[in-house]
Design a binder for this molecule. Structure first.
Ligand code: PRP
Ligand code: MG
Length: 212
């Protein structure tokens, strides 16, 4: 079929803004469908609603042509998927944080200590680059609770408004990486998919120009 297959987050923080972006490009996307795969009537797109963490692999395997995903997740997955456009939403940072009451203001705090994170690869690469040896505990969500329940001495997790850190009595001590939503592309796509992608990119760029 002559379509561009695009993966977007099924639910979660990127879902709404991803749909908003497609709609602002003039693409009619139905609301409230519970289908995991939908086609759009006025643009040759097939939308796949997927779990965030599965998108890098789907791209790498070429199951989908492109995907809207957080840059942080691509980096963490280590995949060789290409970023074709930065989308400017879902801006956040991956940061180290420790209990407010703890004495420390930089990564060396973690020497010989335990750190909880959902981003073990990015975190360990950062620790290595700073010559800090720490024990990493991987957890998949609600990371900020870890220090409070004695699971770790601190965390490495995403910070957006900072309210989750605040509510859990944590303070941010160092930024490991910054992130935003990006449009990523599979290593190989068909010529037809590429032509449709170019059209989509043209529209995305026009929308972004109009915003600035
Ligand atoms: C994300 C992230 C942080 C929080 C940051 O978690 O892991 O915990 O949002 O946002 P804030 O700085 O605006 O508070 P999310 O709520 O998506 O849940 P999860 O970690 O359990 O998946
Ligand atoms: Mg969280």
């Amino acid at each position: 079929m002559n379509t561009l297959k695009i993966a977007i987050q099924k639910s979660g923080r990127l879902n709404e803004d991803s749909l908003r972006l497609l709609r602002s490009c003039g693409i009619a996307v139905d609301n409230g469908t519970d289908q995991l795969k939908v086609t759009t009537p006025n643009f040759p797109l097939e939308i796949f609603y997927l779990r965030n963490s599965d998108i890098p692999q789907y791209l790498e395997d070429g199951v989908v042509d492109v995907g809207i995903i957080g840059k942080n997740l691509l980096v963490e997955s280590g995949s060789n998927v290409r970023v074709v456009e930065r989308l400017g939403f879902a801006r956040c940072r991956l940061s180290l944080a420790i209990p407010k009451s703890a004495v420390g203001s930089e990564v060396t705090y973690f020497e010989g200590r335990k750190i909880a994170t959902s981003y073990p690869n990015t975190t360990s690469a950062y620790l290595r680059s700073k010559n800090v040896v720490a024990e990493i505990h991987e957890i998949s969500g609600s990371v900020e609770i870890a220090p409070n329940i004695g699971l770790a001495d601190g965390i490495c997790d995403l910070v957006s408004s900072g309210s989750t850190l605040f509510k859990n009595n944590l303070k941010e001590i160092e930024t490991v990486a910054t992130s935003e939503a990006v449009l990523a592309c599979a290593p190989i796509i068909t010529e037809t998919a590429k032509e449709i992608l170019d059209k989509l990119l043209f529209r995305i760029k026009a929308v972004q120009r109009a915003k600035n």
